[in-house]
Design a protein around this ligand. Sequence first.
Ligand SMILES: [Mg+2]
Length: 430
Amino acid sequence: MAQNADTTELDERWRDGAELRWLYLDMNSYFASCAQQDEPAIRGKPVIVVPVMSDYTCAIAASYQAKALGVKTGTQVKEAREKIPGLIVREARPDRYVELHNKILEQIDHVIPVEKVCSIDEVVCRLMGPQCLEAPARALGHRIQRRILENVGECLTSSIGIAPSRLLAKTAADMKKPLGLTVLRQDQLPGALLDLDIDEFAGIGRSMKMRLNKVGVETVRELWDMSPSRMRQVWRGIMGENFWYALHGTDPPEIETHRASITHGHVLAQELRPVEHARGVARRLTAKCGSRLRRMGYKCGGLHIYLRGADGEKLEAATRFAVTSDSFRMLQACDELWAQCARKLKGPRVKQIVVTCLHLLEAGMKPDLFGWTPEGEEDGRHMNLLSALDGINQRFGKDKVTIGPPTKMHGFVGAKIAFNRIPEQPEFWE
Ligand SMILES: [Mg+2]
């Protein structure tokens, strides 16, 4: 009991109405800044970084000087050159970015432990004790920015957001660039948020924005005034309610920070073992992974298939693609992997199939170097169709609507009670 009293007292001492719990750091134009750091001659000039040297690829980073002239991440090189005569183009150097990334982490660690690395140029740290007050939190942020500039590189500027929830801290980090430091206090919400567009929040992409617009939500004021249950309805799942809490300054109850993969597997009944039927099962498992990804607010950047033949042979294949939660794209990958494995089967029958989504990324997070490709945009029509299918299946039971012919699988697919994972309730209707 005495300990409880102490904790309460401690909490009260660090309460000034700001309720700051997270510090989010986002490196500014990271790849372009690295290029300028390594090559003093191109500092202060318009620079873009490209994955390969071609006029038909897109910039994966643009320096602030290039941004000022209308070229940004995603601009095609050809178009960028037309806009900026004399534009400097540099090929990406992934190993160098990782090296500098590690040096940056080291510097942050001197000031405050890193809670999670969100991408190659973004990290989030948890504030504790007196750090939850505005003045010490600001001082901490400035100290981190200074340490990186002094000890890693003078071109490596960063923007920091400090706020009560992780979502708001990330949003705050985006509000002032370069070298910004933005604090969003609980007692001033929604305050500064009202000047943003609704799609400036992580978790509101193009298709979610369209869904919100459709129900009459266009401004942050209108978004702020929605109820948790309304958001749940519009998001078609718990992610909506989680978004409400995060927007209002409270982290949703369970942020799954280290989910590495999503897997669905099935041991096939005798009648499904012939290869032509088994392929249908693999597709069904893949579609199921897709709807689970969307429900959990994730995307994946690869797929892995494992097959066990009826003769006991084990086959596997994996592939990478631009991060997506588009089941159609995932099915295409499944078909390719299936063809690779089926060729090596000794007999005509398959006993077990396991499908795994690889390289998971929270849907709101920007794909980075590790998952990034220029054609990473999702097909809006696919995504609208899929969210309609998810909605129908959630309402009327699983498999009411499937992509392609339904496979004759008995009972549920995959949502087994395992010792290491308790299935989430919605899995039973996916
Ligand atoms: Mg960045």
